[in-house]
Design a protein around this ligand. Sequence first.
Ligand code: SIN
Length: 171
Amino acid sequence: MSDWVFGYGSLIYKVDFPYLEREPAQIEGWARRFWQGSHDHRGTPEAPGRVVTLVPEAGRACRGMAYRVEHEVFEHLDHREKNGYERHRVAIRLLERGEMVKGTLYVAGRDNPAFLGPADEADMAEHILAARGPSGDNLEYLLRLAEALRELGENDDHVFELERRARAGTR
Ligand code: SIN
């Protein structure tokens, strides 16, 4: 048995799981935001990093990567995404074959204990520049995500603005 999983953050560029198929994909009605705290990958419980989650936003599309995986893979993904993320069922548009499929994504809701919420862009960029955790620098997460989104042809103002500010290293 297999299922599709939609990745919109590190799941786009850090593929540490086996998959049967992979295809650029899009979901509708969600926006990607650096509003989730990371205690276990890009920060620590004392100094959490900032990573992406999804927030509902009507009329907005979010591009990422869809993978068709065996059910066993969810055990690994649940563990990897354990810091506040929960599985959610969505309709996924596969962009190459132009097909809709049902699948799963990991979303960290506003009520999870690691949720940080919105902040000033300059403050978010400084936060990302300063944080690091067991998976590496928070900055690397931001830069690799921005690069992966460019490769997907995604124009994500929020991510690109944080990238610009972080690269400049200042306000
Ligand atoms: C995802 O990539 O789909 C979830 C968020 C993350 O792990 O960065």
